[in-house]
Design a protein around this ligand. Structure first.
Ligand code: SF4
Length: 84
């Protein structure tokens, strides 16, 4: 049984695609800890958890934000209502 080490959201995830242009080191650290660290890494990533529940994650959210998944979702839902 082979585990998929790479997150399936890499092509659309701004963290993985290099939004943190000012810090390549930080991007590499995130990739090592979350994106390329198998199921264990993905399950620690708040972006991954939020996207799995509501289909996307606010672009500015970091994988290791201190906000809970519930808080991120509540804010994202509120922003959707304000924009509607
Ligand atoms: S930051 Fe999270 S959601 Fe984005 S590619 Fe890495 S593990 Fe996946």
């Amino acid at each position: 049984m082979s585990e998929n080490k790479i997150c399936d959201k890499t092509t659309k995830c701004p963290i993985y695609t290099g939004v943190l242009k000012s810090s390549e080191t930080l991007t590499r650290t995130y990739k090592n800890l979350f994106c390329e660290n198998g199921e264990e890494g993905r399950n620690k990533c708040k972006r991954y958890q939020v996207a799995n529940i509501i289909g996307s994650c606010p672009s500015s959210m970091l994988p290791n934000t201190k906000q809970s998944v519930e808080e991120i979702i509540a804010k994202a839902e509120l922003e959707k209502k304000i924009q509607a």
